[in-house]
Structure formats: structure tokens, C-alpha cells
Write a protein that binds this ligand. Structure first.
Ligand code: C2E
Ligand code: CA
Ligand code: CA
Length: 538
């Protein structure tokens, strides 16, 4: 029979060993749990496990201190379990540090990928989320839609940028619930949003409806309408950032042909390159005299004589010949270069009138075009009065063509300007009447001298009779208001005769002459002919 204290010693060793085994199990459980921590993403779990681990470590130390002196076996056990626990504690600590670092950096990453204003994924976040989604669904087709708000800059300009930001924030938070077709939503910049939607027959229409419905429900200072560009993604490996650019091209197309949705077409990319080329070349072209002013005669059909001309700009590129005006004028209107180009055209037109008069001819008026940009960017009154003074011309010789849209967006300012110009002796014409927003009602509020009827008004096949009656009413109404009329785009003798019968005698169009260089126009004037084809060859 061993002595009592040895028995007690052995019992204690057994209890101690059992405790340690239990604790090893605990430790293993902790490790297992801490592995889950990464997934559970919870700080609380992390620190509770760390606390428990330290407590166990402390208990082991306590048990070790009881048995330390008892025997060699105890010492061996203590060393063994002690080292296991030291290792365990250290590796858990390292895991904790690692986990918390990863959590912090994933929070930073998240902040980098979310836009603070709208709460939506920013372009980087959208690209990676969309890529992830596409990779998860490699068998399905998807579309990328990029949408923005028409005239959003008006909200900013009229109500201020804070209000604009607020509207964007509301849209950002409404997106998730409102656009049910969207698999991923994002915000790119300015008022541009983006979404990944499935490629099925109704998705685009449904998305457009959902966005429009969401915008209609937003309490904004102006009614919000959207435009949308759609790009078909080729597969999970497609570059999302580039897809957003393609969708932008489609979005531009939606805006230019004023449909609310447009699909990307590869021709749009070619167009973009072309625009970029034109943008790079416009300054050197102006400096090197590549812009020419051409003249399209205006005829008094009743009197049978040329009574003036419209000055139209032409770009003669040394490599490509004449660049169509539809290619560069809208672009220059967008980027503001039109103001410099127009200044040049007006100057050239006045110089031409001066030299014509100096050669002993009767003065002959010229019409020049004024774009919206010109009105915004400069003091037109001073500029035109200076211009005619510089060339010693009577202001009535310079006819100023303004479009109707200018009157619609800012009627009071426009009328004030027109009145001042008329008081100074200029002749103001309303260009493109009948092509767009024309309304007989607004005519009475626009203090112009002449309206220019666009003959596109008559085109279109069906209902020609009805259109003719409207045209005749417009001419009569203008006459009653003391406004004269000129018709442009006259292409046939029938049109000319018809206009004449309505009492619209001043005509301009291909039937008489296309726009031509100054020298040709002079020859036409000298020859006293009505049609370019009758100009005697030199
Ligand atoms: P717009 O002011 O309406 O000019 C008339 C356009 O119709 C000209 O095109 C002219 O060549 C074309 N045209 C004339 N007669 C006929 C016809 O019988 N049939 C057809 N189908 N077309 C005819 P262009 O010169 O290509 O100019 C297009 C537009 O570009 C102009 O339309 C005007 O808005 C703008 N533009 C042209 N030159 C200038 C300029 O110097 N400054 C500004 N701001 N805009 C200009
Ligand atoms: Ca014009
Ligand atoms: Ca016109």
C-alpha cells in the first residue's frame, strides 16, 4: 500500500492530466471556431475566443504550479502540455492579428469600392462585382445599361449643387429596390448610373420602365427623365470598364435622336475616333484657313432676282476634302469651339459684303447663323455693332439667324436681345421654323423680322395636303403679324411655284443653287441668273 500522500499525488496527476486533455479539446474547438471567424466577420466572437484561450492558458499554468515538484512524469506532462498550449496560444494570437488585419483592409477596400454620395458601387466596385457575377453565371447572357438624367445640369444650375447631390443620393438609395431587373447596380460619375441586367426579350424595356417609374416618384425640383445606352456583353471575360464606355456611346446616341433607349453599334466607336480627330484638328484648321465661307443664294421668285445669300461654313481638310458640316458643327456646339468659328464666319461675311460694295456694286445682304453657344458666351449686341462699324456696313445688311429653341428656353432674355439688335438696325430671322418645336402660338411672342420655313415641313409622304394647308396658314399668320417669310430647302419647281402662290416669294434651296464658294456666288450675281446651272462658265 503506497503512502497516502503518493496516492493523493497520483489522483491529482490523473485529475490534472484529465483537465489538460479536456483543455486540449477546448483549444481545438477554439481553433475551429476562430477559423469560422473569417466567415462570421464578427469582432465580438474574435475577442471572446481570444479571452477564453488566455483563460485556459492561465488555468494550465495554475495546474502546472500544483504538480511542478511531484515527479518526473508530471514534469514531462507539464512540459508536453505546456508547449502545446504555448504553441496553441501563439498561433491563435497570430491568427487573430491576421484576421483583424484582413477585416480592416476589407473595410478599406469596401470604402474604396462604394460611392459615398449614392451608396452604390463606384466604377471600380461595379466592375469587380459585375465580373464576379458574370463568372458565377457563365451560361447566361447579360446586358450592361448605362443611364443618366436628361438635363440634370439644369437641376445643378438652377437649384445648386447641394440639391443636385441630394437628388443623386435619393436615386442611389432607391435603385436597389426599384430596378428589379438589375443584378448589380453602380454609379459612375456626374449623373451616370449603370446596371447589369439579364439579356432577355423584355429586360431592357422593363428596366427603362422601372427607372422611369423610380424617377417619377422622386421629389425633385424638376421632373426627371432618363436616357439609356445598352451594350450586349460578350461573356464573363469582357472588360467591364470598356463596356461602360461603349454603353456611353449608345447613351449619347439616345440623346441625339431623342429616343430614351439606344443600343450600342460598332459604328459608334468609329464615330468617336472621328470626333476625337476633328477635335484635335479644329484649332490648327482655323489658323491655317481650312474653314471657308460658302454662300447659298436667296431668290425673290416674284421679282426674278437674287436678293442675298446665307453664309454657311465649310471645312476643307487637305487630306479628306470637304468635311460634312453635320460632322463638325454639332461637335463644335458641344465643345464651344463654334463661338470662335462663328466669329470668323461673321467677319468673313462682312468682309465679303464690303469688298462687293467697294467694287461699285449695289449692297447685297447676307444671313449668318447664330448658335446657342454664341448667345451664352458673348455680348452679341456689342459684337455685331462693332463688326458692322469696323467694315462700315449698314446693320440692315447683316441678317441674323436664330433658332426657335433659344426663345423657348429663355424667352424674355432672347426678346430683349432681339429688340436691342433690331433697334440698332439688324434684321433678325427665325431659322428652321417648322422643323421641330414650332408652335404658331409662340410665334406671336417672338419679335423677329422674318421666319425661315424649312421645307422638310412638306416632306413625309402622307398627308401632304394637310401639311400644305398648315404651311399656308403659317404664311398668312406671319403676314398678319407683320413678319416676312422665306422658304429654305426648296428643291423643285413645284415647291417654288406653290410657295409663290401662298405669297412666300423669298426662296432658298437646291432647286436654285447649292451653297458655293464666294467667287462662284459673285459670278452668279453678275450674271443675273436665278439658278446656279445658268451661270455662264468662265
Ligand atoms: P441651316 O442653317 O438650316 O442651313 C441650311 C442647310 O440646308 C445647309 O446645310 C444647306 O446646305 C442645306 N440646304 C440648302 N438648300 C437645301 C435643299 O434644297 N435641300 C436640302 N436637303 N438641304 C438644303 P449645311 O451648310 O450643311 O449646314 C447645316 C447646318 O449647320 C445649318 O443649317 C446650320 O444650322 C449649321 N451651320 C452651317 N454653317 C454654320 C455656321 O457658320 N455657323 C453656325 N453656327 N452654324 C452653321
Ligand atoms: Ca441657317
Ligand atoms: Ca435653316
Amino acid at each position: 500500500m503506497p503512502p497516502v500522500d503518493v496516492v493523493i499525488d497520483d489522483v491529482l496527476i490523473a485529475i490534472g492530466a484529465a483537465l489538460m486533455v479536456v483543455n486540449i479539446r477546448r483549444y481545438l474547438q477554439f481553433m475551429g471556431r476562430s477559423r469560422n471567424i473569417l466567415e462570421e466577420d464578427s469582432h465580438l466572437m474574435l475577442w471572446r475566443n481570444a479571452g477564453l484561450c488566455l483563460l485556459v492558458f492561465f488555468l494550465i499554468g495554475y495546474v502546472v504550479s500544483i504538480f511542478y515538484t511531484s515527479s518526473g512524469i508530471v514534469l514531462a506532462l507539464v512540459l508536453f502540455f505546456g508547449s502545446v498550449y504555448v504553441f496553441a496560444a501563439l498561433s491563435l494570437m497570430m491568427k487573430l492579428v491576421d484576421t483583424s488585419q484582413r477585416m480592416m483592409s476589407s473595410a478599406v477596400d469596401e470604402a474604396r469600392e462604394v460611392d459615398a454620395k449614392t451608396g452604390l458601387l463606384n466604377s471600380k466596385g461595379f466592375a469587380s462585382a459585375a465580373r464576379h457575377y458574370l463568372q458565377k453565371h457563365p451560361d447566361k447572357g447579360f446586358l450592361l445599361v448605362r443611364w443618366d438624367i436628361d438635363q440634370f445640369k439644369l437641376v445643378n444650375e438652377i437649384y445648386g449643387y447641394d440639391q443636385g447631390d441630394q437628388v443623386l443620393a435619393i436615386i442611389g438609395s432607391a435603385c436597389k429596390d426599384a430596378i428589379k431587373t438589375a443584378r448589380v447596380n453602380g454609379y459612375l460619375s456626374a449623373d451616370h448610373f449603370v446596371a447589369l441586367i439579364p439579356d432577355d426579350a423584355v429586360a431592357v424595356k422593363k428596366t427603362a420602365q422601372e427607372i422611369s417609374g423610380m424617377l417619377a416618384g422622386i421629389d425633385a425640383p424638376l421632373h426627371l427623365y432618363m436616357s439609356m445606352g445598352v451594350y450586349h456583353l460578350d461573356g464573363p471575360d469582357e472588360d467591364i470598364t470598356q463596356a461602360c464606355d461603349y454603353a456611353l456611346l449608345a447613351l449619347h446616341a439616345a440623346k441625339t435622336d431623342s429616343s430614351s433607349v439606344a443600343w450600342y453599334d460598332p459604328a459608334m466607336s468609329a464615330d468617336l475616333l472621328e470626333r476625337q480627330r476633328l477635335r484635335e484638328q479644329m484649332e490648327p484648321a482655323l489658323e491655317s484657313g481650312q474653314f471657308e465661307v460658302w454662300y447659298q443664294p436667296q431668290i425673290d421668285y416674284a421679282a426674278g432676282e437674287v436678293v442675298g445669300a446665307e453664309a454657311l461654313v465649310r471645312w476643307r481638310d487637305p487630306e479628306r476634302g470637304i468635311v460634312p458640316s453635320m460632322k463638325f458643327i454639332p461637335l463644335f456646339e458641344e465643345n464651344g469651339f463654334i463661338t470662335r468659328l462663328d466669329e470668323y464666319v461673321w467677319d468673313q461675311a462682312c468682309r465679303a459684303m464690303r469688298s462687293w460694295i467697294d467694287e461699285g456694286n449695289d449692297p447685297m445682304p447676307l444671313s449668318v447663323n447664330i448658335s446657342r453657344r454664341d448667345i451664352l458666351a458673348r455680348n452679341l449686341y456689342e459684337e455685331f455693332t462693332d463688326l458692322v462699324a469696323r467694315y462700315g456696313l449698314d446693320p440692315s445688311l447683316l441678317h441674323l439667324e436664330i433658332t426657335e429653341t433659344l426663345f423657348i428656353s429663355d424667352p424674355e432674355d432672347m426678346n430683349r436681345l432681339v429688340e436691342r439688335l433690331q433697334a440698332a438696325g439688324f434684321h433678325v430671322e427665325l431659322d428652321d421654323f417648322g422643323s421641330g418645336y414650332s408652335s404658331l402660338n409662340t410665334l406671336k411672342d417672338m419679335m423677329v423680322d422674318t421666319i425661315k420655313l424649312d421645307m422638310k415641313f412638306l416632306q413625309g409622304g402622307r398627308n401632304e395636303n394637310r401639311r400644305s394647308r398648315i404651311l399656308s396658314a403659317v404664311v398668312r399668320m406671319a403676314d398678319t403679324l407683320g413678319i416676312s417669310t422665306i422658304a429654305e430647302g426648296v428643291e423643285t419647281r413645284e415647291q417654288a411655284d406653290f410657295l409663290e402662290s401662298l405669297g412666300c416669294h423669298k426662296l432658298q434651296g437646291y432647286y436654285f443653287a447649292k451653297p458655293m464658294p464666294e467667287a462662284d456666288y459673285r459670278r452668279m450675281l453678275r450674271a443675273h441668273v436665278l439658278r446656279a446651272e445658268d451661270i455662264p462658265s468662265a
